[in-house]
Write a protein that binds this ligand. Structure first.
Ligand code: ADP
Length: 170
């Protein structure tokens, strides 16, 4: 792998999990620079604000020198053209991810034929992790310490404590 090439790792990161961070770690060893691009899609409802998702990723990757966390809205292919970076990193957990990720990779290449998608497989211990499952566990009062960095764990506790307070007060 050419160490002088940068790559973009896009995603919702709502919130970032240890699975996402495993992919960031792996890709930071393969490329000279990784741009973690946090999506802000107006058609999607996020649990955490864009600002919070960027902040949590910055905190959890600050030990890595070649990572930059940014946000973008609109078409990913347009964003890649704007920053002149055409390698996309995506994580592949299981067969269930494959169909969607395959379609997405082909669509991005159709939109701009310079775009190449590279799939990285997380360590086995993260293969079952998803942001939505972590939120479900946190919402039901479960311990998320093994699944997310500590800054995210704190944020999950705060978010779901506020929600349950709101429900009790109603
Ligand atoms: P999106 O809405 O773009 O799918 P996600 O934050 O859910 O955003 O995922 C971003 C990328 O990270 C996707 O390629 C997804 O497959 C990958 N990913 C999510 N969770 C994990 C995990 N536990 N291990 C490896 N890759 C993951």
């Amino acid at each position: 792998m050419n160490k002088k090439i940068s790559a973009v790792y896009p995603g919702s990161f709502d919130p970032p999990t240890n699975g996402h961070l495993d992919i960031v770690n792996k890709s930071s060893c393969l490329f000279s620079k990784i741009i973690v691009a946090v999506t802000d899609n107006i058609n999607k409802k996020y649990t955490f604000s864009l600002h919070k998702r960027v902040d949590l990723l910055q905190k959890s990757t600050k030990h890595l020198k070649n990572i930059r966390v940014v946000s973008f809205s609109g078409l990913l292919a347009d964003y890649l053209g704007k920053i002149n970076s055409f390698i996309l990193i995506r994580g592949l957990r299981a067969l269930s991810d494959f169909e969607y990720e395959f379609q997405l990779a082909l669509m991005n290449r159709k939109l701009n034929k310079r775009i190449e998608t590279i799939f990285l497989i997380p360590d086995q211990s993260y293969a079952f992790l998803s942001s939505s499952m972590v939120k479900e566990v946190a919402m039901l009062g479960g311990d998320t310490a093994d699944f997310v960095p500590s800054c995210v764990e704190e944020e999950l506790k705060k978010h779901f404590a506020n929600l349950s307070k709101f429900h009790c007060e109603k």
